[in-house]
Design a protein around this ligand. Structure first.
Ligand SMILES: [Zn+2]
Length: 107
């Protein structure tokens, strides 16, 4: 998976196509990501202590990681990343468009 928590991603498909948002959570098992403000759904809450009358609240629903692209913080384009091994043996995610390292020292 090329996307990490706190990355900014661009949504490629669905109603939210073209929106960008910050990755709040990665769901590795299902290859899904939770993106802030994207793929909002209404969740109906039962009556409880927090919602004495029940409630209809908007929440983000996870979307498939294949439907988002990473937005490069350096050139702010939606891009794919390459894993580059530096001279010190550490891996960095590198933007394929501007060749800037996005993060250094990862798996
Ligand atoms: Zn870039």
């Amino acid at each position: 998976m090329q996307v990490r928590k706190n990355d900014t991603v661009l949504v490629m498909t669905g109603d939210d196509r073209g929106k960008t948002g910050r990755v709040m959570r990665i769901l590795t098992k299902t290859d899904r990501v939770l993106v802030q403000g994207v793929n909002m759904v209404f969740k109906h809450m039962k009556r409880s202590m927090d919602y004495p009358h029940g409630a209809r609240i908007q929440r983000e629903a996870p979307l498939a990681v294949g439907n988002v692209m990473l937005v490069c913080p350096a050139c702010s384009k939606a891009t794919r990343v390459a894993m580059v091994t530096g001279a010190d043996g550490r891996h960095s995610r590198t933007c394929k468009k501007c060749k800037q390292a996005i993060t250094v020292g990862e798996e």
